[in-house]
Design a protein around this ligand. Structure first.
Ligand SMILES: N[C@@H](CCC(=O)N[C@@H](CS)C(=O)NCC(=O)O)C(=O)O
Length: 198
């Protein structure tokens, strides 16, 4: 059985949501960040960055929320969390899956810290462009790929939910409101929210 290393009220939320979407049994391993559980040699062997979430699946271990999304979607194809190999939708699926940690996450941190970066040097350009691009992509919906829900929605939806709803660091827009309402209507999202609240 897969083991998910997590901690309440953290970026573990997306991995919880993901595992709940699979419908597969998994073990949750509560990782007490305040007590430094993420810095033990045993934990660092799973995630050398000493952060949650992380996942182990037999001998396989990995971390980084978006990588966990990709891995689990591939391991449980019956959960239909990724367009199959050869499907043209896969291009945009991968694009948005990488866009979450590559652009949304640093844009959120930039908004929260107000640290200015030259937009040409910063890989995510600038926060306003990131949220404009998301706004346009989510205009039609209901999901980031259109009609098909995928693990990319878990990566994008979790980030946007943090930025817009939970921490209110990014002003909402009609497309964000509609998208986040669709995300939070999913039973798996709701179960993950209860678990993540601790
Ligand atoms: N890039 C990582 C970020 C994970 C992360 O920042 N986790 C935080 C909690 S939100 C953490 O574990 N912090 C504990 C620490 O740094 O000691 C991912 O996307 O999974």
């Amino acid at each position: 059985m897969m083991k998910l290393y997590w901690s309440p009220r953290t970026r573990s939320f997306s991995a919880l949501w993901l595992m709940e979407e699979t419908g597969q049994p998994y073990e949750r391993v509560l990782t007490d960040l305040a007590a430094g559980a993420q810095r033990t040699p045993e934990y660092l062997a799973i995630n050398p960055m000493g952060k949650v979430p992380a996942l182990s699946d037999g001998e396989a271990t990995l971390a980084e929320a978006a990588a966990i999304c990709a891995y689990v979607a591939e391991r449980y194809p019956e959960a239909r969390l990724a367009p199959p190999l050869g499907d043209p939708l896969r291009a945009k699926y991968l694009y948005w899956l990488f866009f979450a940690p590559g652009c949304v996450e640093p844009a959120m941190v930039q908004v929260a810290t107000k640290v200015e970066m030259p937009s040409v040097a910063a890989g995510w350009g600038e926060a306003s462009r990131v949220f404009d691009v998301l706004d346009k992509a989510l205009e039609k919906g209901p999901w980031i790929l259109g009609e098909t829900f995928s693990a990319a929605d878990i990566a994008i939806g979790s980030g946007l939910n943090f930025a817009v709803k939970l921490f209110k660091m990014v002003p909402s827009r009609p497309s964000f409101d509609r998208y986040l309402a669709a995300c939070s209507a999913r039973p798996a999202f709701q179960r993950a929210s209860v678990i993540a609240a601790g």
